[in-house]
Design a protein around this ligand. Structure first.
Ligand code: SF4
Ligand code: SF4
Length: 429
């Protein structure tokens, strides 16, 4: 453990084995889990607030949770675990607010074919998660001869009717956050980073990188208002992009789309045509161990559906998955916060089959990286979902003892070096 938050900290530098106050590593672990879950939830809540969606209960919980991590407030593992799961419950509400905020503002997503690559002419690339920034930029750049492209977690923007109605929302360029250095160097126009998952820029594109509000990087230009005129002007002055179509893809399998064909999905499961559903997604990252998620998707039997979300999709979306029972096997549900949609689908299927979510032929394989993923994981645990596989590594802030508690309570598993055979046998029983 490491804690240096109060004056009595050991040697004036930090308590490492045991707190001077008596806090032990497991208490610290649960306090950090709570803190990191709250951070992720606060980011989602901030996105939702910008869309006019707030819930006083959420704000109250954030205060309580932070309070519980102060010095000499809570040394009780059971009540800390209770708060950790409550964080998951509150995050479910926040993801719901965000889902509603997106749909109310931009329309309900529909399956959409997206042009990937660049088109000849000036362009601006938008990364992060904030659809409102993209919407403002699209409005301000209309008719100015500048194409707008999405990057990373902005890909789902193309499935929202009011965003895709802009003809100069020209396509998608690039992959997940960890590839920004190379991809932003290649993209000749300005880049706008709207939220978390922005890297400190290389010299190669530093003067073209703009950030919004809380997001800021050395050398980048921070936009505090929603005035993108300087970015649009820079796009017109930068070297234009070239025509370079790399592929087309289909996205936009929002929960409303999947629930709209629920009868077909249920019939396919009942008839045995679809034997299993995998949710493979979450955050991407640079570690080699993340190839596990690619292998899972590749090895998933042809009788299975694969739901995905978050930037973890970039590990698996290049496969040619085809169809099963007339349904596309690979269903991109959107951003990491669209885990809310996956939960809605799973709950609806459980209702249709008269069973619990844990009784469905459903396996969750979640890649985590940062605190939004922690909040989502806590939501899944709050719902009592068992047998989730997470990776590539165990969170460093979770002690072996706390992990054991989570394993006992939720059958939480760490991913193995290779996907085990039994992960796919589920689909053929
Ligand atoms: S709160 Fe406890 S563990 Fe943290 S620095 Fe103070 S004495 Fe040490
Ligand atoms: S899914 Fe996670 S790692 Fe990926 S961009 Fe979103 S918050 Fe960042």
């Amino acid at each position: 453990m490491f804690c240096n938050q109060c004056e009595q900290t050991q040697n004036g530098t930090g308590c490492v084995d045991l707190g001077v106050c008596g806090k032990d590593p497991d208490m610290q672990s649960l306090q950090e889990t709570l803190l990191y879950g709250v951070k992720g939830m606060a980011a989602y809540a901030n996105h939702a607030r910008r869309l006019g969606k707030v819930d006083e209960q959420v704000s109250e919980f954030i205060e309580e949770a932070l309070f519980a991590t102060m010095t000499n407030v809570n040394f009780d593992l059971e009540s800390l675990l209770e708060m950790v799961l409550k964080c998951g419950e509150m995050n479910l509400r926040v993801m719901q607010l965000l889902d509603e905020g997106h749909s109310e503002r931009f329309g309900t997503p529909t399956p959409t074919t997206v042009y990937e690559g660049t088109k000849a002419g000036p362009g601006i690339l938008v990364t992060g998660h904030d659809m409102l920034d993209l919407s403002d930029l699209l409005e301000q750049s209309a008719g100015k001869g500048v194409n707008i492209y999405t990057h990373g977690e902005m890909l789902p923007a193309h499935s929202y009717p009011k965003l895709k109605a802009h003809p100069h929302l020209a396509g998608h360029f690039g992959t997940a956050w960890q590839n920004q250095h190379l991809e932003f160097t290649q993209f000749t126009g300005p880049v706008i980073a709207t939220t978390n998952c922005v890297l400190i820029p290389w010299e190669t594109y530093r003067d073209r990188l703009h950030t919004t509000r809380v997001t800021a990087v050395p050398g980048g230009k921070r936009i505090k208002s929603n005035d993108f005129s300087a970015v649009i002007q820079q796009a017109l002055e930068c070297e234009p992009l070239v025509d370079d179509k790399q592929r087309e893809s289909t996205i936009g399998f929002h929960h409303s789309v999947i629930l709209g064909i629920a009868d077909k999905v249920i019939d396919a499961i009942k008839s045995g045509a679809v034997k299993h559903v995998y949710l493979i997604g979450g955050c991407d990252g640079a570690e080699m161990g993340r190839n596990y998620f690619t292998k899972c998707a590749q090895q998933a039997p042809e009788s299975s559906l694969i739901l995905t979300l978050g930037c973890g999709k970039y590990r698996i979306r290049d496969g040619n998955y085809g169809t099963v029972a007339g349904l596309p096997r690979f269903l991109d549900m959107g951003q990491c916060n669209d885990a809310y949609g996956a939960i809605k689908v799973a709950t609806a299927l459980a209702g249709a089959f008269g069973c619990g979510v844990n009784d469905l032929p459903l396996t969750l394989v979640i890649s985590w990286f940062e605190q939004k993923a922690v909040a989502v994981l806590l939501t899944l645990l709050h719902l009592g979902i068992k047998g989730i596989r997470i990776g590539p590594a165990a969170p460093g802030f979770i002690t072996p003892n706390v992990f054991r508690i989570l394993q006992e309570k939720f059958d939480l598993k760490l991913i193995e070096p290779e996907p085990p055979v039994e992960l796919f046998q589920l689909a053929v029983v």
